[in-house]
Design a protein around this ligand. Structure first.
Ligand code: ATP
Ligand code: MG
Length: 459
């Protein structure tokens, strides 16, 4: 909040003007004085003060008339009226014309200061809300997807067109980039929006269970199959089926999926009757499918089939413009959920958020803001409300390398720094740190031992 305000003092009594001018100047503000409503209006036009403190009973143009004229020009400027006790009813009436508040003469200086301070706080809040509105109107919202990144806006526009078609869609992107949100937006903006939206995580089930979840089974198909059961392909009839983490689907099932994609038909496990379904299939993955095709773990023909409409969501670190937009969006959301009224994220906190690499993308940002809302004790989110690892995130480059010692020693030292930094960036999650470093989890565990790296608690 600005600390020095231009205060327009309007009173026909010279000693009141003098007293207030001295007090406000001592507090570091910039008072202006007028002896009646007419003079006040001139100064109001020429100086655009932050706040007006005005007597009601004055010759030439009284406080109420001046208030109305001021509100007609700049209704946003708070006007506080001063009145003798005898005229307090007029002052109350003036609140209806838009006065911010009134004080009764003779007044206590601290009381006047308090009212002005409140008026200025209110101004500040209004300004922030305006800024947020402006930020929001520059951004793009489709379904629940909020963005101001040109790349994401383009994807949203594409999905709006895709929604109207029947085509299968592949959505790639790192974990937490919004793949499921996009899939839902496609479904709810399509002709199938009244039908079911069903999601299955292909990585969560062993092969045989995944197969019976998807295809269903006939009575007696295997031990324990006492009744016929419809699988998700059938249950999604008339709607959309999201195959999450499709990269984890075993090769054997990939062939069967290809047939469903091409023919929209299949047989239940243990059955010979062909079932036809009307579904849209959306597949999502955080894996590099072409590399998997190369390695022989993903079928080439399935990849071709899925690649017809392929959306690739950029990671959060490549859409920096979304960080403050989303952080403020999550701030509002978690304020509501936790009955808090935190008004802003301090600029140094925002700078830390903007320099983080976000391996967990938007989900991670949402978690961090939720935590900050819970941890914060005031009206503003400061760096200390962030997890310690984020507070300490400083780029490792910029440091002059210490080159004393042999090449091997230097390489080892550098390797150790990289491992610690990868662990830090991933909150101690060893699987993700290993992925980031391009080594196996087992190799990482070995190196932790070799370098005697204290285990960083997974967060
Ligand atoms: N652009 C966005 N605007 C608002 N919220 C978003 C946006 N993108 C993602 N989110 C939120 O972030 C979280 C993660 O999104 P989502 O589940 O769609 O990611 P995902 O790519 O499917 O992740 P995973 O690979 O881990 O399954 C969700 O809570 C979602 O609501
Ligand atoms: Mg998901």
């Amino acid at each position: 909040m600005k600390q020095s305000w231009q205060i327009l003092i309007v009173d026909d009594e010279a000693n009141v003007r003098r007293m207030l001018t001295t007090a406000f100047t001592l507090d570091g503000h910039r008072p202006l004085c007028a002896a009646n409503g007419c003079e006040a209006l001139e100064l109001f036009h020429s100086h655009q003060p932050d706040v007006v403190l005005m007597d009601i009973r004055m010759p030439v143009l009284n406080g109420i008339e001046a208030l109305e004229k001021m509100r007609a020009v700049r209704p946003g400027t708070p006007v506080i009226l001063m009145t003798a006790y005898a005229a307090v009813e007029t002052a109350v009436e003036a609140l209806r014309f838009g006065a911010f508040d009134y004080v009764i003469k003779p007044f206590d200086l601290s009381e006047v200061k308090l009212v002005i301070q409140r008026a200025m706080q209110m101004q500040d809040m209004k300004q922030q809300i305006n800024q947020l509105h402006q930020q929001l109107s520059k951004s793009y919202q489709w379904g629940h997807i909020l963005t101001q990144s040109p790349a994401m806006m383009e994807i949203c526009r594409d999905t709006a067109k895709i929604a109207l078609s029947h085509a299968s869609v592949l959505i790639s992107g790192e974990s937490g980039t919004g793949k499921e949100l996009i899939a839902r937006a496609i479904h709810y903006n399509s002709g199938r929006s009244q039908g079911p939206f069903i999601k299955i995580n292909c990585a969560a089930l062993p092969e045989s269970l995944l197969e019976s979840e998807l295809f269903g089974h006939e009575k007696g198909a295997f031990t324990g199959a006492q009744l016929q059961r419809h699988g998700l392909f059938e249950r999604a009839h008339g709607g959309t089926l999201l195959l999450d983490e499709v990269g984890e689907m075993p090769l054997n099932l990939q062939v069967k999926l290809l047939r469903v994609l091409q023919e929209r038909e299949f047989e239940r496990i243990g059955g010979s009757q062909t079932v036809r379904v009307d579904i849209r299939i959306i597949a999502a993955t955080n894996r590099d499918i072409p590399a998997m095709v190369e390695a022989g773990t993903f079928r080439n023909d399935l990849w071709y089939r899925l690649n017809v409409i392929h959306l690739t969501l950029p990671p959060l670190r490549e859409r920096l413009e979304d960080i403050s937009l989303l952080a403020n969006h999550f701030l509002q959301k978690f304020n509501l959920e936790n009955q808090r009224e935190i008004i802003e994220i301090d600029t140094s906190t925002m700078a830390l958020l903007e320099s983080h690499t976000w391996p967990g993308n938007i989900r991670e940002l949402s978690n961090i803001i939720e935590r900050a809302v819970i941890m914060s004790t005031g009206m503003v989110i400061f760096p200390e409300d962030l997890p310690p690892l984020l507070q300490a995130s400083k780029p490792i480059s910029g440091k002059e390398p210490d080159t004393a010692g042999s090449l091997k020693e230097n390489v080892k030292r550098y390797e150790k720094t990289l491992i610690i930094s990868a662990l830090n960036d991933n909150y101690g999650n060893r699987t993700r740190a290993a992925m980031l470093l391009g080594i196996s989890r087992r190799a990482l565990m070995y190196k932790l031992q070799e370098y005697n790296i204290e285990q960083i608690a997974e967060g």
